[in-house]
Design a protein around this ligand. Structure first.
Ligand SMILES: [Zn+2]
Ligand SMILES: [Zn+2]
Ligand SMILES: [Zn+2]
Ligand SMILES: [Zn+2]
Length: 318
């Protein structure tokens, strides 16, 4: 796996610091192998009333958004997301420096496509559609507590569980991928986190969602630990209206599964022979942790039962 920034988890280019957060190159993390395609995003939308580029820190299919500068709740067209999600899916799928992107099968070479420079000379791509602007880069989400790369478990679309191998912190994130046309399976970020209480908001500040003690909130972090009871409260982005300086967009993550539409298109252009079946076959060949367990179990059973049973059945079929 390509090394990622020790501060934000975005993949690092071969030389230099992090393009996403500006951190100088420290000791990069090496994230665990994963079957999920992960892209870190920072999103803004341009307010219809005041023109401010306000943070959009979640994958929201509700069709509305609120400007953090003027407070206007406004219609936000979900088709903007539908237009950009295919490009966001392609980023972790096709990013180099390996000539085949995220796959290890040389059959999949994307070398002539121009995507190979992602991670080689640059790590962040800018995309925009209508009033939505996104900076996106491949990488791996880090633990919000200790900044180790987390293990990711998704058993059903829209529900992402993470576990930190460093400090043991577990987190649950919910989203509604069915609202979108692209095979996004989840989102990871403070706005999506559902296992922490939301901070209470009073006219003079924020209170711990657990014990009610005052919290120090500066808008930079969306998860704030209470100095009194140590519980972590979540600050929703819409609670950050009215700060003297509106906060910058947060870095959060989209999770995709399987080959991107862009990969399918490139394979058709490059090879001329690739079809959906070979993509499905290669997809099927990718080992996942579960496949591995199943394979060991099947091998164990086959050995236990023995060829004596397998062979007669085989002849019976023929
Ligand atoms: Zn960074
Ligand atoms: Zn505004
Ligand atoms: Zn941790
Ligand atoms: Zn507290």
């Amino acid at each position: 796996m390509t090394p990622v920034c020790q501060m934000c988890g975005t993949a690092l280019p071969e030389t230099g610091g992090c393009e996403a957060c500006g951190a100088v190159r420290g000791t990069p993390h090496t994230p665990p192998e994963t079957r999920w395609l992960l892209v870190g995003v920072r999103c803004r939308f341009t307010c219809k009333a005041c023109g401010f580029d306000s943070p959009l820190d979640s994958l929201d299919g509700s069709g509305s958004a609120v400007c953090l500068k003027c407070g206007l709740h406004q219609v936000f067209d979900v088709t903007h997301w539908n237009a950009l999600l295919p490009g966001l899916h392609a980023i972790p799928d096709l990013a180099g420096p390996k000539p085949e992107g995220s796959r290890s099968d040389p059959h999949w070479s994307i070398a002539p496509t121009g995507f190979a420079d992602l991670r080689q000379t640059r790590a962040v791509v800018a995309l925009s559609q209508g009033r939505l602007q996104i900076e996106a880069g491949p990488g791996h989400p880090l633990c919000e507590t200790c900044r180790e790369p987390v293990e990711i478990v998704i058993e059903k679309p829209g529900e992402v569980n993470t576990l930190c191998p460093g400090c043991g912190d577990a987190a649950t994130y919910a989203s509604k991928p069915a609202d979108f046309k692209v095979p996004v399976v989840g989102a990871i970020g403070p706005e999506h986190r559902v296992d922490r209480a939301q901070a209470r908001q009073e006219s003079d500040g924020f209170l711990c969602g657990s014990c009610g003690a005052p919290l120090q909130v500066d808008g930079r972090g969306r998860l704030v630990r209470c100095g009194y009871c140590q519980a972590v409260s979540r600050i929703r982005v819409e609670q950050l209206q009215g700060l003297a300086t509106p906060p910058p967009p947060d870095l959060w993550w989209l999770v995709f599964e399987g080959p991107s539409e862009k990969r399918r298109q490139l394979l058709r252009e490059i090879g001329g022979e690739e079809d959906d079946q070979s993509i499905e076959d290669a997809e099927h060949d990718r080992p996942s942790a579960l496949d591995h367990v199943v394979r060991i179990a099947v091998t164990g059973v086959a050995i236990a039962v023995g060829a004596a049973l397998v062979l007669p059945l085989w002849f019976l079929v023929w």
